[in-house]
Design a protein around this ligand. Structure first.
Ligand SMILES: Cc1cc2nc3c(=O)[nH]c(=O)nc-3n(C[C@H](O)[C@H](O)[C@H](O)COP(=O)(O)OP(=O)(O)OC[C@H]3O[C@@H](n4cnc5c(N)ncnc54)[C@H](O)[C@@H]3O)c2cc1C
Length: 446
């Protein structure tokens, strides 16, 4: 290992190689913690990434790609003896407003793309709630979604071209044509290649927006309303929900007059034709009322912003109920939503644990959060419940992860979720693109 350190020092020096005292932070993502990595390197160019891959290969060491570490499945958490490749400093962004595209390096924070596109009347739709911290590399690694993804699609839908360094240290810059290797890398959680750049599509900003909040006496009725409104043809830009536990937590935190004990649906429609935007919102409004909701339309941008603030504040608000939580992430067919949210609420009660549910309900994507205090509640029980929730999703024809990925957290579940033939196909892909097992080993595949 002395040889490795000396080589790393020679290649990256104090500029790009962190000192032992600084490495500890890189054990974590936003949910799990692993051992301290052997080294942390912050490359600034693709050539440095190539050099690092070649060094790791020579010494048989593994490489764990890392963006902002906001992941919620342990994807960026290192294993013993791994080198973390933190892409924070590869953050160049070039806009092409005429072509409506942007070339971005992996360390670019998600929100920055839309912020820089805005003066040109453009935006970048994928908007994970973590967008002020998360990086494009991490978004690509997880194929991240967000509130706007119901109408606009997820990260992968915006990638025109992808550049990556493979496990031999070669660079590839490819479009989405035959064999669509970029498509294979998107969502592969750093296990197939190290992404060093992407050309993404930008869209014109819609001219109009309309927002409403619907308060339901019960969460199942809310899920029913979503399912029905979409079946009737509504395509809202954003469709988010908070269950009563989340609503009470946000109200305790912000005191903004939210209806305690109710489940909230937040809806935004957008487009260039005001009449259509209003009509679509009315469709959701009528359906919500039929199912017993009280509806409040935002009168202006300021009111709309206040409503969305409630959704954005769920995470800090829940942190005040219990110091720790496990953030589950499942997706189920929309028609199953009413049953699934009720079953999960009942499971929480049966386990005697606080479960708050919220998420991008338009996509059938739920984030049941299990809140706990390790001094009062046993962590094994929490993980047991998390696994039960994953099983609920599978029983209802859903998937293990809507957007946070498999990582370490759900790896053991792959055998329940995917048949053996498919798992074998996954292993073949991994063995072909990373035969040395260099890239993020121990993730995704059981
Ligand atoms: C409060 C909060 C809200 C969130 N809301 C959402 C949400 O609405 N939607 C959503 O989808 N997620 C959400 N997340 C989860 C997380 O923010 C996303 O998964 C995000 O895409 C991770 O980005 P990151 O830069 O932090 O990646 P990291 O956590 O650093 O890494 C994530 C994965 O990508 C891989 N990776 C990173 N960079 C590269 C690269 N250059 N090449 C190859 N692989 C790479 C890593 O190895 C890892 O497997 C949320 C998280 C938090 C804490």
């Amino acid at each position: 290992m002395v040889g490795v350190r000396a080589e790393l020092k020679a290649l990256f020096g104090p500029r790009a190689l962190l000192s032992p005292a600084e490495k500890g932070v890189y054990r974590y993502d936003a949910i799990l913690v692993g051992p301290e990595p052997l080294a942390v390197v912050l490359p600034e160019t693709r050539e440095e990434v190539q050099a690092l891959v070649r060094l790791a290969r020579k010494h048989g060491l593994s490489l764990v790609a890392r963006g902002a570490g906001s992941g919620l499945s342990g994807g960026a958490v290192p294993e013993e003896g791994a080198i973390v490749v933190a892409f924070t400093r590869m953050a160049r962004l070039e806009l092409d407003p005429v072509g409506r595209t942007a070339w971005a390096e992996p360390g670019v924070t998600t929100a920055r793309i839309s912020e820089e596109a805005r003066p040109y009347g453009l935006f970048y739709p994928p908007d994970p709630a973590s967008w002020r911290t998360s990086s494009l590399g991490g978004n690509l690694g997880e194929n991240a979604g967000g509130p706007l993804c119901f109408k606009y699609g997820v990260t992968g839908d915006y990638v025109l071209e992808l550049e990556f360094v493979d496990s031999w240290g070669e660079v590839h810059r490819l479009g989405r044509q035959a064999y669509d290797l970029p498509g294979l890398l998107i969502g592969s959680e750093g296990t197939l290649g190290l992404i060093t750049g992407a050309r993404v599509r930008l869209l014109p900003l819609p001219r109009y927006r309309a927002t409403l909040m619907a308060a339901f006496p019960e969460v199942g009725a809310l899920a029913e309303a979503v399912s029905r409104a979409i079946a009737l043809g509504a395509v809202p830009a954003r469709l988010e929900f908070l269950d009563p536990v989340s609503v009470n937590a946000v109200e305790d935190y912000l005191g903004m007059g939210l209806p305690r004990g109710h489940a909230l649906l937040l809806v935004e429609t957008d487009g260039d034709d005001l009449e259509v935007v209003e009509e679509e919102l009315s469709l959701v409004e009528e359906t919500a009322k039929e199912l017993g909701a009280r509806v409040q339309r935002a009168k202006d941008e300021r009111e709309a912003e206040a409503l969305w603030r409630a959704r954005r504040s769920v995470s800090p608000a829940l942190g005040r109920i219990r110091p720790k939580r496990v953030n589950e992430d499942i997706a189920v067919p929309r028609s199953e939503l009413p049953k699934v949210v009720r079953e999960i609420a009942a499971l929480g009660e049966a386990y005697g644990l606080v479960v708050a549910q919220f998420g991008h309900i338009g996509d059938g994507n739920l984030h049941p959060n299990i809140l706990f205090d390790p001094r009062r509640e046993r962590e094994e029980r929490v993980w047991e419940l998390a696994h039960e929730i994953a099983r609920v999703a599978l029983r209802h024809g859903g998937v293990l992860s809507g957007e946070h990925g498999i990582g370490l957290m759900k790896r053991a579940f792959m055998e329940e979720a995917v048949d053996e033939g498919t798992l074998e196909a996954f292993r073949t892909v991994k063995a072909t693109l990373d035969p040395h097992g260099l890239l993020n080993p121990g993730k995704v595949l059981p």
